[in-house]
Every structure is written in C-alpha cells, then in structure tokens.
Design a protein around this ligand. Sequence first.
Ligand SMILES: Nc1ncnc2c1ncn2[C@@H]1O[C@H](COP(=O)(O)OP(=O)(O)OP(=O)(O)O)[C@@H](O)[C@H]1O
Ligand SMILES: [Mg+2]
Length: 239
Amino acid sequence: MTTTEACAPADALLSTRNLNVSYPGQGWRAPRTEVLHDVSLDIRPGETLGLVGESGSGKTTIGRAILGLAPVASGTVSFDGERIDHAGRARRRQLSRDIQVIFQDPYTSLNPSRTVGDTLAEPLLGHGAGTKEARLRVGDLLARVRLPADAAARLPREFSGGQRQRVAIARALALRPRLIICDEPVSARTAPPQRGRASARQCGTATAGAVTRRGMPDRRLWKAVGLFGLGFSVFGAYE
Ligand SMILES: Nc1ncnc2c1ncn2[C@@H]1O[C@H](COP(=O)(O)OP(=O)(O)OP(=O)(O)O)[C@@H](O)[C@H]1O
Ligand SMILES: [Mg+2]
C-alpha cells in the first residue's frame, strides 16, 4: 500500500508520514516483504477515514503500525503532535486510553471466561475508576450499544456474533478514547449500533476504519471512498 503527502497539518490528531513496514521473508536469506510503502495519512478530531483495498493490500497493517504492533522500518506515526512510532511499553499503556481498537473477530477479542460486565469494567478499573463508578459506566455503555442491562452478568458465548461485536465496541468506547481503529468492525454485526457510533462522534473521536468491499460500515463511507474507484488502496474522509 502506498500513498504520498508532504507535511502533516497542525490540527491532525493522527498522522503518518512515509510509513514503511516490512516483514522478514520466509527461509534462509529470503528478502523482507514490504507491505507499506511511504504511507502518509491524517485524521483530524471528529473525522472518519476509511481504508479500502484488496485482501492483503495492508489495511490491517496500517492499524497495527499505529498501535505499535507492526515492525515500522522507517517513517513516522504521530498522535496529537507526539511521535509514537517507537514508543515504549509504558507510553503505549498510557496511549491505550486514547487509542482503542475494534477487531473484526469478536470471538477472539473477548475473553470467553469473563462476564461482559467484567470485560467492560476492566479498562475502567485499570485506569482509576472506583467499583461503583465502573458499574454505572458499564450500564451506560451497554445502553449505548443497545444491549440489555442484564448482559453484564452473561458470558460472551451467550450472545450472537453481532451482539458480541457490540460488546467489543462498548469496550472500545469505555475510556472515551480519542481515536478508534476499526478493522472491519461491522462484518459480524446484526443491527447498526447507531447510538454507539453517535457517541463516538460526540466525544470528539476520530474513527479510522479499515474495511474491505464486503465490510462497508455504512452508505456515507461507501459514497466517500466510492469516488476513488474500487479495488485500489484509497483513502476517503467524510465529516
Ligand atoms: N506477521 C506477518 N508476517 C509476515 N507477513 C505478514 C504478517 N502480517 C501480514 N503480513 C502480510 O502483509 C500483507 C498485508 O496484510 P494485511 O493483513 O495488512 O492485509 P489486509 O489489507 O488487512 O487484508 P484483508 O482485507 O484480507 O484483511 C499480506 O500480504 C500479509 O501476508
Ligand atoms: Mg485486514
């Protein structure tokens, strides 16, 4: 995946510049596989950026590079003006409050042996909330993604795939992050959690959506990226 752009705007929440990611080749002296070549993008507060591309073109890798989970060979990732492409573990942990992720597969991203309430409370308690405050907030989060309040006492296996994905969305919203990276977040969803999305906007969140043609989150995004044509690695922003 390749893009080019000169300099980052001052008001960008997230920027990448000339980002290059390559993975080691398989076998003795095998050349590295370059996945991202000079990728530059910007997301301002309140903006949504969709990435569309063929399978294997590097959409997930961009998200992983932003999260510090992919090997950045060169280039920069900046969040709120701070370089984070080589942030250490302690800084990454702090950043996890501001940068959240929703993965495609709710089966693997939720702990099967923890109740939904515990899953949602964990980040809150880990970032200093009291037990009572966390319980209230869990109820609020469940309502936002249109799950019943008694969902807190149930295990992930007691929900449909779409409901589980809403739990994952609620978890991502729990700490009121400033940026959410969504990797095909709606492919397992039953009904659109409109309020969840609205909430993300209300708290000034920018959403980076990594989606394929099959996993379009809604018509507006489709319209924006559709202008650039199908089958290519393109970026489309709206709002
Ligand atoms: N850990 C890894 N080691 C080696 N190669 C990898 C690794 N992760 C991804 N790749 C390669 O990087 C390329 C981009 O993968 P990526 O998962 O970013 O694609 P994608 O655009 O998200 O695809 P999809 O639409 O299928 O999810 C692929 O060719 C893939 O094989
Ligand atoms: Mg992917």
